[in-house]
Write a protein that binds this ligand. Structure first.
Ligand code: CUA
Length: 337
């Protein structure tokens, strides 16, 4: 057998790179479906516990009877004849048909009721509407009622229902923030809906849950729930155009002269892209690259130097910029608060 070892070092390299990023920036905490902070995820957890409880009891009863009979009725070595042979028993057969049918029927009813109670097609009263679009490999959040477009991090007020209109720009993705809601697919040319309500203040992690290409694993979501007053401040800032640069900044001209503008929008400066995250308030976000790295000047430089070093295979090209160009661009980007 001939084994091609040529690709092995590359696989190991990619694996090590993945592990490095995973240990540095990708949050693994806070993903438990057993620890809900939203009525939706609480309902799903309760249904899961009911089903798990019922099948757990069935498992214990049937396996218990099996184990018990193995020991109770094993041969003691002194039998002189076969035990009595029983052929058919109407009461027993009726019991083991009717009881499972009743159990399945009850689980069916409870599950159906839960699905219908959670599957809202219209926003609940007083809900915040957000249009969420899955892209390879990042999430776009548009608050159309508030005239805000942002990426990667979804801010919501605590205790207010959030109604999400979910769609995809390219392939099928799946929006999943386990502590807030169940999974819902984002499908091209179709709008799906989900809702949740964060009843506590915090940052709730999630991620794309449908394989969508190279960087599926780094298509992370952060939902930041905050007091209404903090949310209103965030909204007021997001609604502003990009901050005016006090002195003519070399990096701004550079941004406008390079290919950046083909994909990225900056409100009040340039609006012709839209295929990539809106950068108007880039520095108000904690992470870049859909949660793959902390949003620091160092990581922005690393990203511009070679995006693949943070997200291997991502769609942002390596523009082969010089260190001077990178420094100027980052100087400009860090003004976008
Ligand atoms: Cu998007 Cu997986």
């Amino acid at each position: 057998m001939c084994v091609n070892l040529g690709i092995l070092p590359h696989i190991i390299e990619v694996y090590i790179a993945t592990v490095n990023i995973a240990t540095v920036a990708v949050p693994t905490e806070n993903l438990s479906i057993f620890d809900p902070v939203s009525p939706v995820s609480t309902t799903i957890r309760d249904l899961f516990m009911l089903v798990f409880g019922v099948i757990g009891i069935i498992f214990v009863v049937t396996e218990g009877a099996l184990v018990w009979s193995i020991f109770r009725y094993r041969s003691k070595g002194d039998e002189t004849s076969e035990p009595p042979q029983i052929y058919g028993s109407n009461p027993i057969e009726l019991a083991w048909t009717v009881i499972p049918v009743i159990i399945v029927f009850i689980l069916f009813l409870v599950t159906t009721r839960t699905i219908y109670s959670l599957d809202l097609q219209e926003p609940p009263e007083g809900a915040l509407r957000v249009k969420v679009t899955g892209h390879q490999w990042w999430w776009e959040f548009q608050y159309e009622d508030l005239d805000i477009t942002t990426a990667g991090e979804l801010h919501v007020p605590k205790g207010v229902p959030v109604f999400i209109e979910l769609r995809s720009f390219d392939v099928i993705h799946s929006f999943w923030v386990p502590r807030l809601s169940g999974k819902t697919d984002a499908i091209p040319n179709r709008e799906n809906h989900l809702w949740f309500q964060a009843d506590e203040i915090g940052t709730w992690y999630g991620q794309c849950a449908e394989f969508c290409g190279t960087q599926h694993a780094k298509m992370l979501i952060r939902v930041i729930s905050e007091e209404k007053s903090d949310f209103d401040l965030w909204v007021a800032n997001q609604q502003l155009d990009a901050a005016e640069v006090p002195t003519p900044l070399h990096g701004k001209e550079m941004f406008l002269s390079l290919a950046c503008i083909n994909c990225h929008n900056i409100d009040g400066v340039i609006l012709q892209g839209g295929f990539a995250p809106n950068l108007t308030h880039l520095m108000s976000r904690d992470t870049i690259a859909s949660g793959a790295a902390e949003n620091t000047p160092e990581n922005l430089k690393k990203w511009l130097r070679n995006p693949d070093s943070i997200k291997d295979g991502c769609l942002m090209p390596n523009m082969m910029l010089s260190e001077d160009q990178i420094d100027s661009l980052v100087e400009y980007l860090t003004t976008l608060k």
